[in-house]
Design a protein around this ligand. Structure first.
Ligand code: LAC
Ligand code: ZN
Length: 464
């Protein structure tokens, strides 16, 4: 699939005459920057980086690249954890980062219209300033883009109550692999005309086209929010408390779990954890009235105490809330500092199997002699089982990862809840999905990208 330097050179010459100066970059530092992401998937240099500023330019690049037979890999700020934006066959890395304008925020229609390169946190801030709410909150929201969130169908802590990115995408402008531009979906909450092509696109990991404009659903901003840190003497107690809370009919907006390794990875940055805590939950509740939110938190606290909680520390103000979430967001980078390498997994199990899944992951770590951290969106049954390792331990890591994914499937779950399959997990997809289902999806891929040059070699296993 890799194109020769001569073919790419000719493509660059053709495109350069049609695009503003500075749109195409071939300097080494730029190529290197677009050759990696947050997946620990190594360096995959593109042959050229394209930085289009509008839909017409995206369309041009796709059209010419397809005609030349050069692979195109879409990307944004490259915070992805499954290698979806790695240009594994070189070619064009097409970044949407310059298309970063919020085009419209409508408080009556409750929609925002944005370009794909808008940073997720920038949209959150802009809508909150108008008393509105965009709930999907992948932990990289300070730096990831909405286009990437849509490509991966990103989730986050608030998915427990509010759902994932898919639940907020109403419509989009979609550039197909040959450069054709279509508009799919709508601006209204309801609408059932034709196939749900928005649903097909969201989570397609850059393999079916490029979204150049997104119409996103908004909610009114909940007036009251309370956040608490709840500590436990054991990981099992913390996991059991998650089931107790949900079993009591409560749906907090977030219910996050950190085990002892995860707490150590962020301890003091920026909050210290009580020294005797072996696990903790971060719980957040929201609502329209202060009394309602208080009552929910009291009920949640009571369930956690029955499950053995040691301490319940409620954030007193916005600053404390922000620090608690900063600590939670710091877990992934913090774990990265503990050992030279780590693999960050995002398996999901039915919530009734949470205790078993956590115990199982740690047992697998012991079997393989590896350090394992489990943390994440426990309320969703979505665990970040991280394997921390040193050079030379790769075979054990591969075995451990396989065992963890098999465990998730045996318990009725899935191999990826929010990071996607991409490049990192494609060898595992057949564990979850049988050959006919893989083939059906590849037929869709061929229908939308007959030349197979759009983000090639992602999601589906080689030779499939
Ligand atoms: C998190 C990322 C890794 O939840 O998904 O921290
Ligand atoms: Zn996560």
């Amino acid at each position: 699939l890799r194109a020769s330097a001569a073919v790419v050179g000719a493509l660059i010459t053709r495109l350069a005459s049609q695009l503003p100066e500075g749109t195409l970059r071939v300097d080494t530092e730029v190529l290197e920057a677009y050759g990696t992401d947050a997946s620990d998937g190594g360096m995959h240099l593109p042959q050229v980086v394209a930085l289009p500023q509008d839909t017409a330019q995206v369309s041009r690049i796709l059209k010419e690249a397809q005609a030349a037979g050069v692979p195109v890999t879409p990307c944004g700020t490259r915070t992805g954890k499954s290698g979806g934006s790695l240009p594994v066959h070189g070619g064009v890395a097409l970044s949407l980062e310059r298309m970063n304008r919020i085009l419209e925020i409508d408080p009556i229609d409750l929609v925002a219209v944005v370009q794909p390169g808008v940073i997720t946190g920038a949209l959150m801030e802009a809508v909150e300033a108008q008393g509105l709410f965009y709930p999907p909150d992948p932990n990289s929201w300070p730096s990831c883009t909405l286009g990437g969130n849509v490509a991966e169908n990103a989730g986050g802590p608030r998915a427990l109550k509010y759902g994932v990115t898919r639940d907020y995408v109403l419509g989009m402008e979609w550039v197909l692999s040959d450069g054709e531009v279509v508009r799919v979906g709508r601006r209204t909450l309801k609408g059932v005309a034709g196939y749900d092509l928005v649903g097909l696109f969201v989570g397609s990991e850059g393999t079916l086209g490029i979204a150049t404009e997104l119409t996103l659903r908004l909610l009114p901003l909940p007036a009251y929010v309370q956040t608490a840190l709840i500590t436990f003497g054991s990981l099992e107690q913390a996991a059991a408390a998650v089931n107790a809370v949900l079993g009591a009919g409560l749906i907090p907006r977030a219910l996050e779990l950190l085990d002892a390794v995860a707490m150590r990875a962020v301890d003091g940055r920026p909050i210290p954890f009580p020294a005797d805590a072996r696990a903790c939950l971060i719980a957040e509740v929201d609502g329209a009235t202060e009394a309602g939110v208080e009552a929910e938190l009291v009920l949640l606290g009571a369930r956690c105490e029955e499950a053995g909680a040691k301490e319940i520390l409620v954030a007193r103000d916005e600053g404390q809330r922000a620090r608690l979430w900063e600590a939670r967001r710091g877990v992934s980078p913090g774990l990265r500092r503990l050992t030279p390498h780590k693999i960050s997994d995002d398996l999901v199990v039915p919530r009734s199997k949470l205790v078993e899944a956590i115990a199982g992951c740690h047992a697998i770590g012991r079997e393989e002699g590896l350090m394992v951290a489990t943390y994440g969106h426990a309320g969703d049954g979505n665990l970040h089982a991280n394997v921390l390792y040193h050079p030379g331990e790769e075979p054990a890591v591969e075995r451990a990862l396989g065992k963890m994914l098999e465990l998730a499937l045996r318990l009725g779950g899935t191999i990826t809840g929010e990071h996607g399959v991409g490049w990192a997990k494609k060898r595992w997809l057949p564990l979850e999905q049988p050959a006919p289902l893989l083939e059906l999806q590849q037929r869709l891929k061929r229908a939308l990208d007959p030349a197979g040059h759009l983000n090639p070699s992602k999601i589906f296993p080689d030779g499939g």
